[in-house]
Write a protein that binds this ligand. Structure first.
Ligand code: NAP
Ligand code: F7E
Length: 349
């Protein structure tokens, strides 16, 4: 039985990855942050499963800012594979807490890699790198060799981690890999990221639970959105490759935030029409002219990433990885899940 350690196990990706690895027969150890309130909602279903608890999933308190606990966890668990997913992962928030973001997303990675080197734990290491590294893009579509141009404290911290992984691989012969993952979403996506913010609000609006419009920032930015469960399977494949390397996972399609809004309303058979420009632009339902989208400059970023689209040919060729869920289906999956949640909650009340 293989043993895996997942940092960030309570996050969107960590929860899907824990599920996948348990299914594959791994013993999974997850690192969680100490919190005054419960922060395990995404893994509670695993934790409460008697087939899983006490035999396949073990949780350890820890924090990416604290070397001593990272060393201790590595020493106790002696994992075969480490998936470093823990991060302050919100790009806009990183402009507000840049130093903390660098501590967690940059130095945190160095802390684990250095502990691996010192303890000679011999694990394979996966780093959650990101399409945000491409930032102000130098090439379309982006591939593994496209030059980086980070545009946020988040991306700069992740760039530090990217190169630390490469350096520790070359200097100390560690099996350490970067997965350069483009945006991937799911019903477990945090509610402050744009996709989930839209799907939750669209459901409330269409079911009469919200009469005010959704307030959004830049709706013209373009993203390559995939489906998170497929991407965590890609993470696992990265660590099963014959030799350590860096891989880009994406769908090779790009869509605007505006299209995401239109597609989410289309789930309910509604069309949107737009009036005004820039901060004055507004979106209305074609059926009854209800105002449903407004621009709020609060959500603008000091520097934006305008266009991301990734060519995943290397992952397809070397790992046999290919995404199946594309944009329209992804939006449907997310809206359907939020609609079910909404209806379940309303039944209970
Ligand atoms: P997420 O939902 O925000 O989860 C982040 C995880 O990190 C949570 O478990 C969080 O714990 C934990 N964490 C945050 N700060 C920590 C700290 N100081 N010490 C220990 N744990 C900490 O992110 P995600 O979407 O699953 O993404 C997973 C990773 O992939 C992240 O590194 C992200 O930057 C990267 N990434 C994501 C995408 C994407 O589109 N989702 C794309 C490329 C790369 P709490 O639950 O306690 O907050
Ligand atoms: O923004 C625009 C915003 O916050 C997407 C993280 O997982 O993926 C994610 O980063 C776009 C941006 O994701 C709102 O300006 C408009 O252009 O959903 P997001 P992100 O910044 O792309 C990458 C790959 C990661 O690595 C990150 O960890 O949507 N946008 N209006 C908005 N964004 C938000 N959050 N909220 C708005 O109201």
């Amino acid at each position: 039985m293989k043993t895996a350690l997942i940092t960030g196990v309570t996050g969107q990706d960590g929860s899907y990855l824990a599920e996948l690895l348990i299914q594959k027969g791994y013993e999974v150890h997850g690192m969680i942050r100490r919190s005054s309130s419960f922060n395990t909602s995404r893994i509670d279903h695993l934790y409460n499963d008697p087939n899983v608890l006490h035999s396949k999933l073990f949780l350890h308190y820890g924090d990416m800012t604290d070397s001593s606990n990272l060393n201790r966890i590595l020493d106790r668990v002696k994992p075969d594979e480490i998936y470093n997913l823990a991060a302050q992962s919100h790009v806009k928030v990183s402009f507000e807490v840049p130093e903390y973001t660098a501590e967690v997303d940059g130095l945190g990675t160095l802390r684990i890699l250095d502990a691996m080197k010192e303890t000679q734990v011999g694990a394979k290491f996966y780093q959650a790198s990101t399409s945000e590294l491409f930032g102000k893009v130098q090439e379309v579509p982006q591939i593994e060799t496209t030059p980086f141009y980070p545009r946020s404290p988040y991306a700069v911290a992740k760039l530090f981690s990217y190169w630390t992984v490469v350096n520790y691989r070359e200097a100390y012969n560690l099996f350490a890999c970067n997965g350069i993952l483009f945006n991937h979403e799911s019903p477990r996506r945090g509610g402050t990221f744009v996709t989930r913010k839209i799907t939750q609000a669209v459901v409330r609006i269409m079911r009469g639970g919200q009469s005010t419009p959704i307030k959004l920032g830049n709706i013209n930015s373009q993203r390559d959105w995939g489906y998170a469960p497929e991407y965590v399977e890609g993470m696992w494949r990265v660590l099963q490759s014959a030799s350590p390397s860096d891989y880009l996972l994406a769908t090779n399609e790009t869509h605007t935030v505006r299209e995401f809004i239109e597609q989410a309303f289309a789930y309910f058979g509604e069309n949107i029409y737009w009036e005004g420009v820039d901060e004055s632009e507004k979106g209305f339902l074609r059926s009854n002219s209800q105002l449903v989208v407004e621009i709020d400059p609060y959500y603008y970023r000091p520097t934006e990433v305008d266009l991301l689209v990734g060519d995943y040919s290397k992952a397809k060729r070397e790992l046999g990885w290919e995404p199946k869920v594309k944009f329209d289906e992804l939006v449907s999956i997310m809206v359907r899940a939020d609609l079910e949640n909404y209806e379940n909650q309303n039944e209970k009340h």
